[in-house]
Write a new protein. Structure first.
Length: 344
């Protein structure tokens, strides 16, 4: 070791960390040979913890503030190491800074659909996605369970595990909720709150806390959504006969505006014309049928126009023409069928 390196290693350290990455959870402060001097100054800022490790053991966790490393504020380390002369000699140790701020906008989503049994739609598959936020709750537990001795630990290294944890818990919650598929959109806030309460204990077992959890969307498969849209369209259409007539008229109009459409367009036009004709004939037939019926003058039940007697009660239905024998309206002076004068 060069003389200047030796002299530099004997200076009292000023240990601090300024995080400008935005995604770093754990950062190990670099010390030459892991030799931290007695009386080193440790600065812990808001949004940070400092974890002091000696010989592989977590000796202490420091909260925000300015600290001097000595036997007075490292009682645990004093028990771990029985130095005759305190910390006057260099000792092997490490300082890990752990971020305590919230890591927001962490995405989660179901890679595979969740199978459910819906009361109205039957067995269905649902997909869901959203975001969550977390932060370190217990730095000592997090270091032991997750980060270990890694000198630079980021959110990318734990996101996969947290995503699987959230998806598994939310899928179980969604299956147990028994909320109809058509009502799920109105229950996002309730599902978010329940999911956060359900998942937070799992996060705490890793030294973390789930500070926010949001459900952004729960969707049906595309083919089911298409059928739902068709069903909604039928409801909006109302009278299907009138809707069919309207669609047929539109098809004929489109075919007329595209005379060069070829055989396919002609076929569509012919088919639409036939359908339109059938619809119109049906409407005309209904109109004629309703126009050929009259009410009996005695019992008021429907009978065929021109009947001499009621088919229900047998009552005579007005006069008949002496020439053509057709029924005539009471009080008429001429027969409406043949024009002969009637005897009043």
């Amino acid at each position: 070791m060069a003389l200047k390196d030796f002299v530099r290693s004997q200076f009292i350290e000023v240990i601090e960390w300024l995080d400008d990455s935005g995604d770093t959870i754990v950062y190990r402060f670099p010390v030459q040979g892991q030799e931290i001097k007695m009386g080193a100054r440790l600065t812990v800022r808001e949004g940070q913890f400092a974890v002091f490790v000696s010989e592989g053991h977590i000796a202490d966790v420091f909260n925000p503030g300015l600290h001097t490393l000595s036997t007075r504020n490292l009682p645990v380390l004093t028990k771990l190491r029985a130095w005759k002369h305190g910390f006057n000699s260099p000792f092997k140790a490490e300082v890990y800074f752990v971020s305590s701020r919230q890591f927001t906008n962490q995405k989660w989503g179901t890679s595979n659909p969740v199978m459910l049994r819906d009361a109205e739609l039957g067995p269905i598959r649902l997909r869901a996605f959203g975001i969550f936020s977390f932060k370190v709750h217990d730095p000592a537990v997090f270091m032991k369970e997750i980060a270990g001795t890694e000198g630079h630990f980021t959110t990318d290294e734990i996101n996969g595990q947290l995503k699987r944890l959230t998806v598994s818990g939310f899928s179980d919650l969604l299956a147990e909720s028994n909320i109809p598929a058509f009502d799920l959109a109105s229950k996002y806030d309730e599902l978010s709150a329940k999911a956060q309460a359900k998942l937070d204990p799992e996060f705490k077992s890793h030294g973390l806390t789930l500070s926010k959890f949001y459900v952004e969307n729960i969707s049906l498969p595309p083919e089911v959504e298409e059928m739902v849209d068709k069903r909604a369209s039928m409801g909006v259409a109302g009278d299907l006969n009138r809707f069919t007539q309207f669609q047929t008229a539109k098809a004929i109009e489109s075919a007329a505006e595209n005379p060069g459409g070829g055989a396919a367009a002609a076929g569509v036009g012919i088919g639409a014309g036939v359908a339109m004709g059938q619809s119109m004939m049906g409407a005309m037939g209904q109109g004629q049928a309703s126009a050929s019926m009259i009410s009996c003058s005695k019992c008021a039940r429907s009978i065929t126009a021109g009947s001499a007697f009621c088919s229900h009660c047998g009552a005579p239905q007005g006069r008949t023409c002496s020439k053509c024998k057709a029924s005539v309206t009471p009080g008429a002076k001429f027969c409406s069928s043949c024009g002969a004068a009637l005897v009043i």
